[in-house]
Design a protein around this ligand. Structure first.
Ligand code: ATP
Ligand code: MG
Length: 632
């Protein structure tokens, strides 16, 4: 069966079927994969415990679906293109056959070092091809991968290793990041002082640094390679066996180990990849997310490889050697589908148009955005200057916990609108809930976004703590999955995400999403980026505190700048949304996926900086000190 949706009518028909006969709908999609044994029942579920099982008793291996089944038709097709940090270094390409071999070798290295089905493997590696091999190698032998972003501190890593009781760590000597080289293995060594479960460490030589190798524990990847076979049979997995654990980015507190399983995740990432991006067989696809983030799992690796696509992996940063790098890479490889985050778009916007205009970008067909609401200004800039008004922008809303895209337009099929994610994907049944816990049926009304029916990629548990999963997502409203985000539908039923529920500010009885006010502030030509939080205010209940980052040509007189920002907000929203305090900063505290950690800013705004909570997932901790010092 061809499950690519090709028109609005087909979308409507697919959606209707997915609601009327969800089991039949997903069974039809699942038929397209390689199963060692078919399922007895498509779905078993209740949201009370919660207990969700898709493709009950089905047996498969996801890597057989990502690799082996493509070998006959696509063996010589490119599976992975790797572009290094430094454009002077040569890129590397892997066909499906070559990738299959690399994954098998890595799988055999894992086995040789004692890893068995069900063991947890911590992967702490930069964006190098071996990272992709490692992830797939775990899946091949049925080990559970837990990828930890290679920018994290040793404490953040140790916490995650201990939570998962990982047996082995796969890492590299160091990493390249723009003009810098950064140690990686040294961070692992520090973390492992507190991690008794780890027995082995496999080290990839990326930058040729001398590292400390612990006798009996640490081995070099290139030396291990000499001892292993190029073939490794795929382990037969139950559809509900664990595929991976991924810790959420931690914008709101202690990271949770989100668990995904083999069967449902496979079906869902492939289905959403093909349909949202309207992927065609010859397309070159590039997702800029790090594999340490769910987007990298689902839409750099699994989704594209399941679909037999050519996926590009980039080691570097968007601003090295200059802020034209993304566009240069797009032209270099003729990228057709490009998927990135609003934070990257905003930073490239600030670098000026010249960098974009020097490239043709002719190959582009579809643009995607993910991670946070994309403000209107950034949306238009992306659409006009990158997509040349020719490429639809798919604004994809989803979460680590949802495994794959939930709300998004389908490129060139369903409508797009700035600041709106679009319609729900087939199989996704959103519902809006008001403060009293009742359903909101009218459009243009804001509420809490929930899901009333499971989709195949839904979170199964939080690792080692099922109660936490129930508490976090299934206990707020009975029989609903609670996303933690606020949303509304426009007149035509397109979804708009307002932001996290705890990001709503109530000023004299008027409720504002922080995104709405930030959107307005960002319209000011001098502002590159902003973050808004509420703080207790005697008269208004809550006051608005804005942190703003300025461009290079901003007025040096801070008072003038503040007055201008206020004027912009008053123009855009009205007097009621006027920020009470505006602090000018050089950067905002962000997580590895580029999200602003508002809870830290909230503490600063409240004047309570004694305990800023878990800051281990921050990308650039010194930014916080600066903000605390400059607090108003
Ligand atoms: P934590 O749950 O630990 O606080 P996190 O929510 O930042 O971390 P992710 O799962 O990576 O971790 O992010 C999902 C969240 O990102 C969504 O709940 C939503 O708030 C935001 N988000 C993602 N994509 C979009 C989008 N296209 N539009 C608006 N918001 C988005
Ligand atoms: Mg979250």
């Amino acid at each position: 069966m061809d499950y690519r949706i090709r028109s609005m009518e087909e979308y409507q028909a697919a959606y209707q079927k997915s609601v009327d006969q969800p089991e039949q709908f997903w069974a039809d999609v699942a038929e397209n994969f390689t199963w060692r044994q078919k399922w007895d029942k498509v779905l078993d579920w209740n949201f009370e415990e919660p207990n969700v099982k898709w493709f009950v008793n089905g047996k498969l291996n996801i890597t057989e679906n990502c690799l082996d089944r493509h070998l006959e038709k696509r063996g010589n097709k490119l599976a992975l293109i790797w572009e290094p940090n430094d454009p002077k270094e040569r890129f590397i390409r892997f066909t499906y056959r070559e990738l299959h071999e690399k994954v098998c070798q890595m799988a055999n290295i894992l086995k040789r070092n004692g890893v068995q089905k069900g063991d947890r493997v911590c992967i702490y590696m930069p964006m190098i091809p071996e990272l992709a091999f490692s992830v797939l190698a775990c899946a091949r032998i049925g080990a559970v991968h837990s990828v930890i972003f290679a920018g994290f501190s040793h404490t953040a890593m140790a916490d995650r290793i201990n939570d998962a009781q990982a047996k082995i760590v796969l890492t590299s000597d160091g990493l390249n990041r723009g003009p810098k080289q950064i140690p990686v293995k040294r961070v692992v060594d520090e973390a492992l002082v507190d991690c008794p479960s780890v027995e082995k460490v496999v080290v990839v030589d990326r930058i040729g640094w001398a590292v400390n190798m612990v006798e009996g524990r640490d081995v070099w990847y290139h030396e291990e390679l000499e001892h292993v076979d190029k073939n490794c049979p795929a382990e037969e997995m139950d559809a509900e066996d664990l595929l991976f654990i991924l810790y959420t980015s931690g914008s709101t507190g202690k990271p949770k180990g989100v668990v995904h399983t083999c069967g449902g995740y496979m079906v869902y990432t492939d289905y959403t990849f093909r349909n949202v991006f309207q992927y065609e067989e010859s397309d070159i696809y590039w997702c800029t997310a790090d594999i340490g983030w769910i987007t990298g799992h689902s839409y750099l690796l699994y989704g594209p490889l399941l679909s037999g696509a050519t996926t590009l992996m980039f080691e570097g940063v968007p601003t090295f050697p200059d802020p034209g790098r993304f566009w240069q890479v797009i032209d270099k490889f003729g990228v057709n589908i490009f998927y990135t985050a609003p934070t990257a778009i905003r930073s490239l916007m600030a670098a000026g148009l010249d960098h974009v205009l020097s490239y043709s970008l002719d190959s582009l067909k579809v643009l995607g955005s993910v991670g946070e609401p994309i403000n209107e200004e950034a949306w238009h800039w992306y659409h006009i200057h990158v997509g040349k008004e020719r490429c639809p922008v798919v604004d994809t809303w989803w979460q680590t916990e949802t495994g794959g895209i939930m709300l998004s337009s389908l490129a060139n099929i369903t409508p797009t609108k700035p600041s709106h994610a679009g319609f729900a994907l087939p199989g996704v049944q959103p519902i809006l809930i008001n403060q009293e816990g009742q359903e909101i049926t009218e459009n243009e009304q804001e509420g809490y976004l929930c899901m009333k029916f499971p989709w195949p990629g839904i979170i199964r548990t939080t690792y080692g703590d099922h109660e936490r999963c129930r508490q976090s997502y299934f206990s707020t409203y009975k029989n609903l999955y609670f996303t933690g985000d606020g949303a509304k539908r426009d007149k035509g039923g397109l979804w708009r995400i307002i932001g996290r529920v705890d990001d709503v500010i109530n000023v004299s009885g008027h409720r504002f999403g922080t995104a709405e006010i930030e959107n307005a502030i960002n319209q000011n030509r001098h502002i590159v980026e902003s973050a808004v939080v509420g703080y207790p205010h005697d008269v208004k209940g809550q006051g608005i505190y804005a942190f703003v980052v300025c461009g290079e040509e901003a007025p040096t007189n801070e008072e003038n700048l503040r007055a201008e920002v206020i004027e912009t907000v008053v123009d855009q929203i009205g007097k009621i949304a006027k920020p009470d305090k505006i602090q000018i900063v050089t950067g905002l505290p962000k997580t590895r996926s580029g999200k602003i950690m508002r809870r830290i800013l909230r503490k600063v705004a409240e004047g309570d900086v004694s305990n800023l909570g878990d800051t281990s997932t921050l990308l650039d901790p010194p930014v916080v000190d600066e903000i605390v010092k400059g607090a108003l």
